[in-house]
Ligand binder design. Structure first.
Ligand SMILES: Nc1nc2c(ncn2[C@@H]2O[C@H](COP(=O)(O)OP(=O)(O)OP(=O)(O)O)[C@@H](O)[C@H]2O)c(=O)[nH]1
Ligand SMILES: [Mg+2]
Length: 452
């Protein structure tokens, strides 16, 4: 147990009716006891573990708040240390004054993520699970939450343990081969096993790619010349009348951004001012902002009005940014169309829809998810939430396995293969939180908020 007792407000700042001050460390109970008075004269120091006590928090002669105090003794606690939670009832001001009193009585203000860091350092949770706590707190869609809870359950940790133990098994067979070359362990048998581990790593990486989408989401810009139905489409995607829609070209002057999830992926939708030769300063500024939105977007929806003749502006829009993944959307499919064939539009998928009737909206959803999650709508089994550095370590593990595989292929020297495999093993171990350097730990826990 760490000597210092830490404390923080563990509920979000704001107007909530209840605020909670959490303490953890060897003096947690003693500190709380010096401030606590109950009508029954209860002493927290003598309270049983996992009990709740009603009373007030006093600072000198002053009553700060009416509280419910939970006493939880090590090791069956969040941090595996003694934990006291003081539930305040007087709102944020009272909660802050209780925290001040606790700090005055000998606790130290917790750093960001320090409670969870202690849970990790005291061996209660793996680094993986610690980060999952963060993902649960920050999940932006229900699927993101499910994936985070899965991770909290240790799914990734189990995968890693399996991976490492398979590498270790191959390594130990190689050691036998090195030490007793006369025994009949043939190196050929080793290669498919390295391949199998490498395949697992590749699968995890691909799931991590979908997970990245879940965590970071997509920014999708809706562009097209004036009046093609951009704002109508935005409203249909959000199921709310967010943007003004009129039959006057040039209605939308500014970019409009809204978040809404698309089949579990958090999406930031940007409706833009119609692209054309701008008339006047306001429209000019609007068009400038449209270009900024286009540069920020991960995906473009290029809208063409299906009820009108194709113009030079449309052709310019279809040729816009061939390097950004784009979908061509032909709008107003409920109206008759004066043309059949769309001019050149690169390799982009074309969707015909009517935002007014809703026909084709489903196809648009599918086209977007198909494009970005390899044909699958993500499910909790197809995603893995990893940080950049974790994806990086996983990628390195895969590369080192491949080197080992190539060495085995080329010269079959067991000691050289073993050397490469050992590197892969070390990288996979690092990934599991063994050998993680202090700086990585700090980076992980710094992403938490104080009180977690
Ligand atoms: N029939 C039909 N009309 C539509 C459809 N989508 C949009 N419209 C009409 O087209 C006109 C322009 O729609 P907006 O959504 O304002 O078009 P916009 O691209 O945002 O236009 P600007 O903001 O001016 O660039 C409005 O009169 C809409 O009612 C559709 O699917 N079917
Ligand atoms: Mg508009």
């Amino acid at each position: 147990m760490s000597h210092e007792t830490i404390a923080a407000v563990s509920t979000p700042l704001g107007e909530g009716g209840i605020g909670m001050v959490r303490l953890s460390g060897e003096s947690a109970v003693r500190i709380a006891d010096t401030l606590f008075r109950s009508p029954a004269g209860t002493s927290l120091a003598r309270a049983d573990s996992h009990t709740i006590h009603y009373g007030v928090i006093r600072s000198g002669e002053r009553t700060l708040d009416e509280v419910l105090v939970s006493v939880m003794r090590a090791p069956r606690t969040y941090t595996r240390e003694d934990v006291v939670e003081i539930n305040c009832h007087g709102g944020m001001v009272a909660t802050r004054s209780v925290l001040d009193a606790v700090l005055g009585a000998g606790a130290r203000m917790a750093e960001r993520g320090e409670f969870t860091k202690r849970a990790f350092l005291n061996g209660r949770i793996s680094l993986d699970q610690a980060k999952a706590v963060l993902d649960v707190v920050q999940a932006r869609t229900s699927l993101g939450l499910e994936a985070a809870i899965d991770r909290l359950g240790g799914r990734f940790t189990h995968e890693l343990i399996a991976l490492r133990s398979e590498i270790a098994a191959v390594l130990s067979d190689l050691e036998v081969e090195i030490d007793y070359p006369d025994l009949d362990v043939h190196i050929d048998a080793i290669e498919p096993r390295i391949d199998a581990v490498a395949t697992r790593v590749a699968e995890l990486l691909s799931k991590a790619e979908s997970g990245r989408l879940l965590r970071e989401g997509l920014t999708i810009a809706i562009v097209g010349r004036p009046n093609v139905g951009k704002s109508t489409l935005l409203n249909a995607l959000l199921s709310e009348e967010r943007a003004i829609v009129t039959s006057i070209p040039g209605t939308t002057r500014d970019t409009i951004e809204e978040s809404a999830s698309l089949d579990g992926i958090p999406v930031r939708w940007i409706d833009t001012a119609g692209l054309r030769e701008a008339e006047g300063a306001v429209e000019e500024e609007g068009v400038r902002r449209t270009h900024i939105a286009i540069d920020r977007a991960d995906v473009l929806l290029l809208l063409v009005d299906g009820s009108e003749r194709i113009t030079a502006d449309d052709e310019g829009i279809l040729a816009l940014k061939p390097d950004i993944p784009s979908l061509v959307v032909i709008t107003k499919s409920d109206l008759p169309s004066p043309w059949r064939q769309l001019p050149g539009h690169g390799e982009h998928t074309v969707i015909r829809l009517s935002a007014k009737t809703g026909r084709g909206m489903h196809a648009l959803h599918e086209a977007i998810t198909h494009r970005f999650v390899r044909g699958e709508i993500p499910t909790r089994n197809s995603v893995l939430l990893l940080d950049t550095w974790e994806r990086d370590l996983l990628r390195r593990t895969g590369e080192q396995l491949e080197v080992a595989r190539n060495v085995a292929d080329e010269n079959g020297q067991p000691d050289m293969v073993a050397e490469e495999l050992r590197l892969a093993y070390r990288t996979a171990s690092e990934l599991q939180g063994i050998d993680v350097s202090e700086s990585i730990l700090d980076a992980v826990f710094a992403r938490f908020c104080v009180g977690k």
